[in-house]
Ligand binder design. Structure first.
Ligand code: ZN
Length: 409
């Protein structure tokens, strides 16, 4: 459905600055039987709200077409990710003095990695995740998880059954939510008087500065910057009181909100707002230049792969994150360029990439086969991936990192 109203301020002053074409949902990995079937594609374009600076997809795919299937993502698959969530749970538990009776709720809790971090700190935990498989895995491992979308209605049910929450977290899910007003009213009901709502999301400033266009896909409805959120939270009588810049996912923000006046507003907030002004990320002219850089990056990568193929080199992909599918589909990279993709997460092995139909094998195939080049699609974890696959390089293999500019290592 085409969006006509800004998700943050409800204004209608939206201006499209990027058009990536039509893409299948980036998590719609296919099994062999599905390869012959029809594959729905939806427009992938991005708008700026000229009024509040909110950046959002121009077209929203209904969530039941995106989620609740065999959603093949497991957040515990990288060590970096796991360590990050444990650090986050520890930091929040200490800073906000969470006690054994405190409740921490994670929205989009996946298999419960962040919550197991909270539990290790001695805090009561509850997960909410719409993906059935994830909720099952979490519940089996003892992290109580409600298999549903988080809504205002569910928030009220949770309050009745479990009490109010001292910490509510949403890591890489806030950007996935269409009806933000409804979930914010739910969070307002659910938080204790001194409770904190903490979001982590890739920072749109980094996306623009490092041409990370592949983090744009249908599940990511919004691209988070601080400016529109400051005024957005005020509508719910909440206050954005602190923000930290963190390294994960190519550069993210950890954003803290609480009830208005509950916590002093940190100077970090103004510092990040100033960075956003300097980066001009709410300016249509700057975003127009960004769109040109995206096209140039595609040209360079396509040319590099074509040259290597011309020299008779064998190229494969390494890791199959959702973002990889934006890159593959936008650049038109198929089985003709990449023989296959290897992936550590067993959940995806045996599947094919949506739209581009590249087969996915286990990571061990890379060493058995020893192709010439390996394109790292989860470039935000490239250091860890290259360390895991050190032997590939020692035997003469080369890695290609596509973002911010294609380079061979
Ligand atoms: Zn707006």
């Amino acid at each position: 459905m085409k969006s006509t109203v800004c998700r943050f301020c409800k204004g209608s002053n939206l201006k499209q600055f990027l058009d990536l074409g039509s893409h299948p949902p980036s998590d719609a990995f296919l099994n062999r039987d599905q390869l012959k079937g029809p594959e729905p594609r939806y427009p992938l374009d991005v708008d700026l709200c000229v009024d509040c600076g909110g950046v959002q997809l121009g077209y929203v795919v209904p969530p039941d077409l995106l989620y609740c299937k065999n959603y093949p993502y497991e957040s515990s698959t990288t060590r970096t990710g796991r360590a990050h969530f444990f650090e986050m749970a520890k930091t929040l538990s200490t800073r906000f003095k969470l006690k054994p009776e405190s409740l921490a709720i994670d929205l989009g809790s996946n298999v419960g990695v962040l919550l197991s971090g909270f539990r290790a700190q001695g805090v009561r935990v509850l997960g909410v995740d719409p993906a059935r498989i994830m909720a099952e895995v979490a519940n089996t491992s003892g992290i109580e998880t409600i298999n549903d979308f988080f809504t205002g209605r569910l928030a009220r049910e949770i309050t009745k059954k479990y009490g109010r929450a001292s910490a509510i977290t949403a890591t890489n899910v806030f950007a996935h939510i269409d009806n933000l007003d409804d979930i914010m009213s739910g969070i307002g009901d659910l938080l204790t008087d001194t409770g904190v709502f903490v979001i982590e999301a890739p920072h749109f400033l980094e996306l623009v500065n490092h041409v990370e266009y592949d983090t744009i896909y249908h599940e990511h409805l919004s691209y988070i910057s601080l400016k529109p959120l400051v005024s957005f939270f005020k509508k719910f009588d909440l206050e954005l009181f602190d923000v930290e810049r963190i390294k994960i996912h190519g550069g993210s923000l950890r954003i803290y909100t609480g009830r208005r006046g509950c916590y002093p507003v940190s100077p970090n907030v103004e510092a990040v707002l100033a960075l956003e002004r300097q980066g001009e990320i709410h300016s249509p002219e700057r975003l127009g230049r960004f769109a040109a850089e995206v096209q140039e990056q595609r040209r360079l990568l396509v040319e590099l792969l074509r040259d290597l193929k011309g020299q008779g080199k064998r190229i494969v992909g390494v890791s199959a994150p959702a973002k990889g599918n934006t890159l593959l589909n936008y650049c038109g990279i198929t089985n003709a360029q990449l023989d296959y993709i290897t992936e550590k997460a067993q959940m995806k092995v045996g599947y094919f990439t949506p739209g581009t139909h590249i087969p996915i094998y286990g990571d061990d195939k890379l060493l058995q086969d020893q192709p010439d080049y390996a394109l790292i699609l989860a470039w935000n974890f490239s250091e860890e991936i290259m360390a895991n696959l050190r032997e590939f390089k020692e035997r003469g293999g080369k890695f290609i990192i596509p973002i911010p500019k294609p380079r061979v290592i």
